[in-house]
Design a protein around this ligand. Structure first.
Ligand SMILES: N[C@@H](CCC(=O)N[C@@H](CS)C(=O)NCC(=O)O)C(=O)O
Length: 339
């Protein structure tokens, strides 16, 4: 069987990327990394024929996966010999999925991102402010951040309180009472871990181990588990952009191709079939970065298109349906009309 090499394109300070970094570490899945700048341009990503601008991006063989919400379930399917992290009972799966939705769609991460300390060196760089404006779709200014800070703190307090007084209230070590951290812990912890570790983000008189003892102890336990796993696995190999692209282009492995669900309302409305040219973009952030390619498959969970790398090799881009817009490609006419 062809080898499935795994490469994670990320930068270490990215809280979303940590979701996948931690998952790979806790399961001990062998992989390489391709480190990226904190802002655009990202030539290594463009080299793959990818317009999507968000981090992390994960490649497995010749398949490239956007979004941690697709990457984690895909990784869950691989390496059956390594213990999985995902929940097994329907009730526990529900907790796992609801935590993901609460933190990401419920806006907890978005509120945490509003608490970035205003004295961050990056904020002195006008290019960074412009880049984050492109990312969010509206101007990114320090004045606006300062103004919404009290509201963001109120929202984050709700998040800390929820974990402290419900899921962790009985003193359990891990969300699903597992022996080790599970996917539900990753889904619940990543934003609170990030914002509580970001010096100057949270006022100490309102957010501390005294105020939220169970949450702070859980974050610490989680970090210790990840540190131990990373020490056991050793550091992933770091590839430069060209090396990473060439591993992907040379790979003989593709995920088994699925079909286009003919009854899917979007397929019906847009008149799509296998081979139709479509565009894909996220619906929340990074919306202006559209990938255009040939539709290979579409179902309720995932859409897959085929694109060409800068060297003319074909790769498959996978995006989740949730949070992504798929449209028949009109040659960019609608975008041009907006200008
Ligand atoms: N829903 C996406 C969100 C990814 C995301 O927003 N990542 C941030 C980094 S933490 C990003 O791409 N920021 C803009 C950038 O780095 O260009 C996911 O789960 O992967």
């Amino acid at each position: 069987m062809a080898a499935k090499e795994i490469i994670l394109y990320h930068y270490p300070h990215s809280p979303y990327a940590r979701r996948t970094v931690w998952y790979l570490a806790l399961r001990g899945i062998p992989h390489s990394q391709c480190l990226q700048p904190t802002m655009m341009p990202r030539p290594d990503v463009a080299r793959l024929g990818v317009a999507y601008r968000r981090i992390p991006i994960l490649s497995i063989g010749r398949d490239v996966y956007f979004d941690t919400r697709l990457q984690l379930p895909k990784l869950e399917e691989l390496y059956p010999e390594l213990p999985r992290l995902g929940a097994t009972t329907p009730e526990q799966k529900g907790v796992e999925r609801l935590l993901s939705a609460y933190i990401i769609d419920g806006g907890i991460f978005q509120e945490a991102a509003r608490l970035l300390p205003l004295d961050l060196p990056l904020f002195k760089d006008p290019n960074y402010l412009k880049d984050r404006g492109d990312f969010s779709g509206k101007p990114f200014t320090l004045e606006a951040l300062k103004k919404i800070r009290p509201d963001a703190l109120a929202e984050i307090a709700v998040g800390f309180d929820l974990l402290e007084t419900t899921l962790l209230a009985d003193g359990r070590e891990w969300i699903l009472k597992t022996e080790k951290p599970s996917l539900a812990d990753i889904e619940g912890v990543w934003t609170l871990h990030w914002v509580s570790g970001l010096k100057g983000a949270l006022p100490e008189d309102r957010f501390s181990a005294e105020r939220y003892p169970r949450v702070y102890a859980w974050i610490k336990r989680f970090q210790e588990a990840v540190t131990a796993a990373k020490a056991k696995n050793g550091k992933p190999k770091t590839l430069n952009g060209e090396e990473a692209a060439s591993v992907i282009e040379k790979s003989a492995w593709n995920e088994e191709e699925k079909t286009v669900d003919e009854g899917d309302p979007l397929v019906v409305a847009e008149g799509l079939k296998k081979g139709s040219v479509v565009s894909i973009c996220p619906t929340d952030t990074g919306r202006s970065h559209k990938d255009v390619g040939k539709l290979l498959s579409l179902d309720k969970d995932e859409v897959v298109i085929e694109v060409e790398t800068a060297k003319g090799e074909s790769v498959r881009l996978h995006a989740p349906r949730h949070g992504y817009k798929v449209r028949r490609y009109d040659g960019g006419k609608k975008d041009a009309a907006k200008l």
